[in-house]
Design a protein around this ligand. Structure first.
Ligand SMILES: [Zn+2]
Length: 80
């Protein structure tokens, strides 16, 4: 299931390794691929990430928001 890992590869800056990144803009392509424009708050490097079309969260999973020291508030998909 899409149980997102706590430290996804796209959660840090490819230039300086900082975890303080913002999503500046989101785009949705014709095939529903999600493209995100990201910006590092430490070195201001900008880059794009791409995500495959989204999956439906099955009924036996739920979405929760957790405070994280490194990331601030993060979203997790957990099994109920
Ligand atoms: Zn950076």
């Amino acid at each position: 299931m899409p149980a997102h890992s706590e430290h996804p590869a796209n959660a840090f800056c490819p230039a300086c390794g900082s975890y303080k990144i913002n999503v500046v803009k989101k785009y949705i392509c014709d095939d529903y691929t999600h493209v995100r424009r990201r910006r590092c708050r430490d070195c201001f490097y900008r880059w794009y990430t791409v995500q495959e079309p989204e999956e439906i969260v099955p009924p036996n999973y739920r979405v929760v928001y957790v405070e994280d020291e490194l990331y601030g508030q993060i979203t997790k998909v957990v099994k109920s």
